[in-house]
Design a protein. Structure first.
Length: 113
């Protein structure tokens, strides 16, 4: 079964940290760039970060540079997003995406005091 399953979201105070995880089926993970997107209420979905199949290159949205880190474990078919120094503006549904064209269901991140 082809799927992407996110986990790790939740409620966190400003300045806190969360680590999102995405478990992927091998057929849509191996050899493909993976990405994290987010969508806040009333806004368009935006690219947060992506990582090439071999982790040789990563890229980030300007709004998260220096605070978020994307990584992957190819042996486990997992991709991660470490989020530090979280801000209320980071509140959104976070989605895992395979450049093969698949999306996960999303995990909610809420940053609030």
């Amino acid at each position: 079964q082809v799927q992407l399953v996110e986990s790790g979201g939740g409620l966190v105070q400003p300045g806190g940290s969360l680590r999102l995880s995405c478990a992927a089926s091998g057929s849509i993970f191996s050899g493909y760039t993976m990405a994290w997107y987010r969508q806040a209420p009333g806004k368009q979905r935006e690219l947060v970060a992506d990582i090439t199949y071999d982790s040789s290159r990563t890229s980030y949205a300007d709004s998260v540079k220096g605070r978020f880190t994307i990584s992957r474990d190819n042996a486990k078919n997992m991709v991660y997003l470490q989020m530090n120094s979280l801000k209320p503006a980071d509140t959104a549904m976070y989605y895992c995406h395979s450049w093969r064209g698949y999306w996960g269901q999303g995990t909610q991140v809420t940053v609030s005091s």
